[in-house]
Design a protein around this ligand. Structure first.
Ligand code: PHE
Length: 335
């Protein structure tokens, strides 16, 4: 018949075995199997409780206390290990999934405006400051706005100056922005003070100074009492703002069916030898004013058509108009 000493021995042995099994367990499943082995209902710590009934009544209390102490301690130890193991697993995962917010992100190249857009906006800003509005018109234009309303009837030899792309019998890709003058005057009572930037098309063979697609900026000012002197003044202001001070300007005679007189405008950089043509211009022909219902006896006006590419080429020293459309980043990145 087992006595208290046997129970003591059992408790000591099971405790040692439990301690070494638990310290050998090094992960969650290992700890769980130690728990099942020692602490489940029929586990190794439950076994010795069975002998309690066979002990001398005086020994039962002490034996029960020893066994309960063993069980409580083992449960406490297993609980601590389970908690520690769960924390370790969680920490390992956090460590692994950690985001280093100080690491530089993937670089996204920043785009910027095309040099022609930059120059267009710069020119717009200059004229907006002078009190002009920006107007636009369609790139596919009718013969009426492109020619007739600009005083170029069907049999007029000047039509041959504009080598146009026809879209249908009566519509074409506009070869200049002058038709916008007509559209604006038709829909707006005077005075008119506008610029019209836009894309134009001509059947020109491509070379360093010609492109079948290019841009113009048209200007139109119609009001009472305007003369060529006002045109000259506006152009001088513009040249100084756009190119800088010290430029000389020269007007020479030209011909456009929609202006009378018509001039060609040249400028010369300070110290330069060569005169550079920058635009065609002139006083709006009275026939054009009459055609849109304006009174040419009361009103006068002037207009010009500026090549945007030419302005950008002069300003930045670009020698080939094809660079604007070639999408070569080595060129575009310089602006
Ligand atoms: N439209 C003309 C051209 O493209 C330029 C121009 C505009 C001339 C306005 C006079 C007045 O050649």
């Amino acid at each position: 018949m087992p006595g208290l000493d046997d129970v003591r021995e059992d408790v000591e042995r099971v405790r040692r075995e439990f301690d070494s099994a638990l310290s050998a367990a090094n992960d969650g499943p290992g700890i769980e199997s130690v728990r099942v082995e020692f602490l489940s209902r029929k586990g190794r710590i439950a076994q010795p409780f069975k002998v309690l009934g066979g002990l001398a009544p005086d020994d039962r209390g002490e034996a029960g206390r020893l066994l309960n102490e063993l069980k409580d301690r083992a449960e406490g130890d297993v609980g601590k290990r389970i908690a520690a193991s769960a924390a370790a697993t969680r920490n390992a995962r956090l460590e692994q999934e950690r985001l280093d917010v100080t690491m530089p992100g993937p670089a996204r190249p920043l785009g910027h405006l095309h040099p022609l857009t930059v120059v267009q906006r710069e020119i717009e800003a200059i004229f907006l400051r002078m009190g002009f509005d920006v107007a636009t018109g369609p790139e596919i234009e009718t013969e009426y706005y492109n020619f007739e309303a600009l005083n170029i009837p069907a049999d007029h030899p000047a039509r041959a100056d504009w080598d146009t792309f026809y879209v249908s019998d009566t519509t074409l890709l506009r070869p200049h922005t002058s038709p916008v003058q007509i559209r604006v005057m038709e829909s707006t009572p005077p005075p008119i003070r506008i610029i019209c930037p836009g894309r134009c098309y001509r059947r020109d063979a491509q070379d360093a100074t010609h492109s079948p697609v290019f841009h113009q900026i048209e200007l139109l000012w119609v009001e009472e009492g305007l003369s060529l002197a006002h045109l000259k003044y506006v152009l001088e202001l513009f040249t100084r703002e756009f190119f800088g001070p010290g430029y000389e300007m020269r007007f020479s005679g030209d011909f456009f069916p929609f202006t009378e007189p018509s001039v060609q405008v040249h400028i010369k950089a300070p110290g330069a030898e060569r005169w550079l043509e920058i635009m065609g211009a002139g006083m709006v022909d009275p026939a054009v004013l009459e055609g849109v219902g304006y009174d040419p006896e009361r009103l006068s006006g002037f207009a010009f058509g500026l090549g945007l590419e030419r302005m950008a080429m002069l300003k930045y020293g670009i020698d080939d108009i094809r660079a604007f459309l070639s999408n070569d980043l080595r060129f575009l990145r310089q602006f």
